[in-house]
Design a protein around this ligand. Sequence first.
Ligand code: FAD
Length: 500
Amino acid sequence: MDQRIRKVVVVGGGTAGWMAAAAFSRLLVSDAVAVEVVESEAIGTVGVGEATIPTIRNFNQTLGLDEVEFIRATQASFKLGIDFRDWGRVGHRYFHGFGDFGADHEAVQAHQLWRRLKALGDPSGLEDWSLPTAAAALNRFIPPSPDPRSPLHDYAYAYHFDAGLYAAFLRRYAQARGVTRTEGKIVDVALRGQDGFVEAVVLDDGRRIEGDLFVDCSGFRALLIEGTLKAGFEDWSRWLPCDRALAVPCRLGGDGLTPYTRSTARAAGWQWRIPLQHRIGNGYVYSSAFVDDERAARTLMDNLDGEALDDPRPLRFLAGRRRKFWDRNVVAVGLSGGFLEPLESTSISLIQNGISRLLEFFPDRRCDPLLADEFNRVSALEYERIRDFIILHYCINQRDEPMWRQVREVALPDSLQAKIALYRARGHVAIHEGDGFGRPSWIAIYNGLGVVPEAYDPLADRIPEAELRGLMDHRRALIRHTAQTMPTQEAFIARHCAAP
Ligand code: FAD
């Protein structure tokens, strides 16, 4: 009997649902596998999720999207990194840029070269060797060069965009490639007797939508994976206590169209500022154990860059992940699979990786548990590594407020403790293949929070002092010069990709 999957049902039409449907319409054989998205306008979507990391560009390229068309359609701007303010301590500021601090030299990593230079008495900060940091400080943007000899080669970029417009853009793309869409509220889920697989979802008007494989993109509701299959949830709130957010758009003002996200630490969480072409997205992510909703709203509204365009919209969540992302013939993608606060804009990249992994392990109708086990193992690792990266931002701080004391004093996951110990010893970064954030990202956070390794790589001592100083001076001057020759992001967008 032919066991090939004939019908995939995507439950939910938020960012996750339409990203999944668009990818399936491009990568599954469309006349052999039907794809249907079921969504409810009455329920709606989370609708925030505006900042991304550079891997989003791979997803768009896989779909064959035209970048200019995408930027215009989603009112996007460019993102070179994140400006962290008041993290670590009030009044302090550091930048996490999407790029390296220079190439290795004589098998010595760039930040170890800088450590040696510092030991020789040079007062410069590591950020002097980061092109995205230099460009961001001047509000400049130009895409990196593919030429490895160019100083513009060593960095990456992502986007800020309107998540609702992105989902609509992908919906048009997917529907043009044969994906069907059904509007309606799912009120029941029918299971097959013999193996407990999902057979159909049932809508409030009685319609049944059958399928071989169900991709649960129903958001925090986790309709199938939790509501029906009870996959379980691993709660990480002891490390990441923020459980609410208020989101509000405002008019472009203040620093204008910056090519970076701003994250400002507050007494019980942090506030984001995400500039788009037509507005700025803002929000306060906070812990309800340490501030009430009214005070949180006041903090947000008192700290906007421009006139608010709406009332603040409340959202609730819990940090953690589903114990199983794939169970029987249901695969959770997006918020149904787990939630990590948007401090490093990782949710959309988790969606993207969930979709790629599902395509890699695409099952037949029997849904071999071996495939599901491997999918679950890799997904869990991915969530845990991002979790550690996010906790790192919190756990090293000298702030006085109760929430900050709690996150400083809580026992860390063993995996993160080991990473921090290794870095403190000699500035090495423990990374693994497939980690969303590479060595420069971890270094940017450690260094930004003032973690100073006890020693540097002894191989750096092999380089004669004059050679080291000459090399580092040259690199720094090149970065300054290159940043100054870039256009401002506003000028670049106006010339190449302004939304109509
Ligand atoms: P949703 O958007 O909630 O979509 C769920 C879908 O399921 C909807 O279409 C809904 O109608 C449908 N549905 C649910 N129940 C039913 C039912 N019974 N019947 C029919 N349909 C149903 N991510 C980033 O990458 N960058 C960011 O900067 C970022 N910021 C964020 C800020 C906050 C405060 C929050 C909470 C999240 C943020 N995220 C961010 C995460 C991002 O918003 C989500 O990952 C993304 O929107 C995907 O959501 P989703 O599609 O999984 O769920």
